[in-house]
Design a protein around this ligand. Structure first.
Ligand code: ADP
Length: 255
């Protein structure tokens, strides 16, 4: 099986009036079809920058990023991006929010509309189709934001701390829920998080980045947790071992 995404030797610095901020240094990794990869690292190390590069919103200064063998580019419909804030529009119903991307792309075809209806039904939001975002819980809102992304049929999903605005208990349930939806969708995904437990509970592999300028410190394959649902992973005997080794690597960098 060939990787769907290849990140090769990628570097990026920000250039501002006050000088240069090197963010990423020679980052390389692959993502396989259907794989869930998490990226963890200290705050400010360049995680969001890396997602922006993969989304084609920034161009690397060196190296290359290819999705299905083609260089990524801005405005590509192949990448779906989910952020910390759900950015649902309060003046639109949930259904109309979910159709927003299709509307912007002028793709409101009968097939796509019925796909949107199907996703609403499968993911239990059909009862809320006419509700406004403020009538939904934080978890439901994130679910709606995910459906809005999935309805565009992206080849790859990027998630930038999508659960960090939620309180702890909700966060556990929502990450479990979203993790299952993503597994069912079969879409490959990359999650950026500073929460090691979240990364271990959701992923096939975890990439650990160093302090800025970030290099790939290590990549952990969570073999012993393969096939175990997110919430159950937290109670699995292998969980603590993975947590400790990733924690140690991050701690070394904090010093
Ligand atoms: P993380 O997501 O790991 O917290 P970011 O990718 O947001 O880190 O940022 C990496 C570094 O680059 C930080 O030091 C940040 O201050 C800097 N940075 C991010 N965006 C810009 C920008 N547009 N201009 C200048 N510096 C930036």
């Amino acid at each position: 099986m060939n990787p769907i995404l290849k990140v090769r030797d990628v570097c990026l610095s920000y250039h501002t009036l006050s000088g240069e901020t090197p963010a990423l240094s020679h980052i390389s990794f692959d993502l396989m079809p259907g794989e869930f990869l998490s990226i963890v690292g200290p705050s400010g190390c360049g995680k969001s920058t890396l997602l922006n590069l993969i989304a084609g919103l920034l161009a690397p200064e060196c190296g290359s990023i290819t999705l299905d063998e083609k260089p990524v580019s801005a405005g590509s419909t192949a990448v779906g991006y989910m952020l910390q804030k759900d950015h649902l529009l309060e003046w639109r119903s949930i259904y109309k929010n979910i159709l927003l991307g299709l509307e912007i792309r002028k793709e409101l075809t009968p097939e796509k509309l019925s796909h949107a209806e199907e996703l609403l039904r499968i993911y239990g939001l059909d009862r809320f189709r006419d509700a406004r975002p403020s009538q939904l819980s934080g978890g439901m809102r994130q679910r709606a934001a995910l459906i809005r992304t999935l309805v565009l049929k992206p080849e790859l999903l990027l998630l930038d701390e999508p659960f960090s605005a939620l309180d702890y208990q909700t966060r556990l349930n929502v990450s479990d829920d979203i993790g299952k939806i993503l597994r069912n969708s079969g879409k490959p995904a990359i999650l950026v998080t500073h929460d090691i437990s979240e990364a271990i509970s959701l992923s096939d592999r975890v990439v650990v980045l160093s302090h800025r300028p970030a290099v790939v410190k290590s990549i952990h394959r969570l073999t012993q947790l393969q096939g175990v649902p997110p919430l159950q992973r937290r109670d699995h005997p292998a969980f603590a071992g993975y947590f400790k080794s990733i924690w140690k690597e991050l701690e070394v960098h904090e010093g």
